[in-house]
Design a protein around this ligand. Structure first.
Ligand code: SOE
Length: 394
């Protein structure tokens, strides 16, 4: 670290699970990657003064603040990182961009297409003044995913015909598990669909370099009432005596037609008993295939259909070589990385783009495209799984 580098003074809104992950990213990235600006964990923001102060101390931020508006108006802040629930994204992001702050916003970009469109307009206005924005689809920054993307871009899979993406969690299997903001449509926008289905959509669009143009989908809510939340802990927490209504989907399935002719299947659920955070991707082309599972995130399976017939088979590649994306800056070959590293990579890329004057990806426009697919799935499900257009490409 050099004292001569410009500082990038960061304000982070939110201090839950994602706030913890982003704090780790901001802290670790400059220690393992050479950045042209030095991030400073300047202020952490949350509505509850006592809790945000406890988070400040735990995650190592300099100050705590209870009103995001003060932070957005503060000329001593360069970056606003939004880790709060989806219903606050549009208002904070637009205000921050209009005030000249670079913005990193957690996924999904917004709760509705209309909000996402306003965010894209603000991002475009800001970009004209050199202000950058990015949506936090962090799994793009898993080295095995970056490597898969490079294989696909090099044509190693040939023409892609089918994609499969399933994001399986089980933290709602217990019907007495409490309500959290993720189960409240007014805060989260949707359930499994927007929370983890959004990752699946972004990932398939990113890996294939294409977009989902039409969908046919189904949504299900298995448990419609739950105890209200007592003390929050991770994704869940303790249950109180009162009960509340679940207003989002518990599980989502859909098939999609991709620009370019491929078809894709998508599943997102919090009821896949025994599956904790199994984000599985498979992409099949006429020259090869890849398979990935986040529960074994340091590995990529690659099938080379051009190899001699007797030698073909899925090869397990341990993605820990210095040649692999991001890995040269971590540990010696074979020494694994984990969930939080993707957030450090996200910060590295965002800071690099800010200092190089480039527009980061995934952009707010990419986030809007995902939002259009989410909305089309909801429309389709409401119309008996009717095929529904997603309303245009990026
Ligand atoms: C909860 O389902 C969640 O934390 C998502 O919100 C994250 O985006 C994902 O990384 C892990 O699961």
């Amino acid at each position: 670290m050099s004292g001569t580098k410009p500082r990038l003074r960061v304000a982070m809104v939110g201090y839950g699970f994602m706030g913890a992950a982003h704090s780790q990213g901001w802290r670790v990235a400059p220690r393992f990657f050479e950045l042209d600006a030095e991030p400073e964990l300047t202020v952490i923001v949350g509505r509850d003064a006592a809790r945000v102060e406890a988070a400040r101390e735990k995650f190592g931020w300099m100050r705590a603040e209870t009103d995001w508006r003060r932070v957005v108006e503060d000329s001593a802040i360069d970056v606003v990182d939004i880790c709060s629930p989806g219903d606050s994204h549009a208002e904070i992001a637009i205000a921050a961009l209009d005030a000249g702050k670079h913005v990193l916003c957690e996924k999904p970009l917004a709760n509705t297409v209309e909000e996402a469109e306003r965010m894209v307009a603000a991002a475009e206005r800001a970009a004209a003044r050199g202000i950058r924005s990015m949506v936090g689809f962090s799994y793009r920054r898993v080295p095995a995913i970056g490597f898969a993307r490079a294989l696909i871009a090099d044509g190693r899979l040939g023409d892609i015909r089918q994609t499969r993406a399933e994001y399986l969690q089980d933290w709602l299997v217990d019907e007495n598990g409490p309500m959290t903001w993720r189960l409240d449509k007014s805060q989260a926008g949707s359930g499994s669909l927007g929370d983890i289905g959004a990752h699946a959509i972004d990932m398939i669009q990113y890996l294939t370099g294409t977009t989902v143009e039409a969908v046919s989908g189904t949504l299900a809510t298995f448990v419609t009432e739950r105890p209200l939340l007592g003390e929050s802990r991770g994704l869940s927490g303790t249950a109180s005596a009162e009960r509340g209504r679940v207003t989002v989907d518990d599980a989502a399935w859909f098939t999609g037609r991709l620009a370019g002719g491929a078809i894709g299947s998508f599943e997102a659920t919090r009821y896949a008993t025994g599956r904790k955070n199994a984000f599985r991707i498979e992409i099949s082309g006429n020259r090869g295939a890849i398979a990935f599972d986040l529960e074994s995130m340091n590995e990529l399976q690659f099938y080379d259909a051009t190899a001699p017939a007797g030698e073909r088979g899925f090869t397990r590649i341990l993605v820990t070589e210095p040649e692999h994306p991001y890995m040269a800056n971590w540990w010696p070959t074979g020494h694994l990385i984990g969930y939080e590293h993707a957030f450090a990579h996200e910060v590295r890329d965002f800071v690099d783009d800010i200092t190089a004057g480039r527009d980061p990806v995934p952009s707010f426009a990419d986030g809007l495209q995902v939002q259009r697919v989410l909305e089309a799935v909801e429309l389709s499900a409401a119309n008996g799984s009717a095929w529904t257009e997603t309303g245009g490409a990026r």
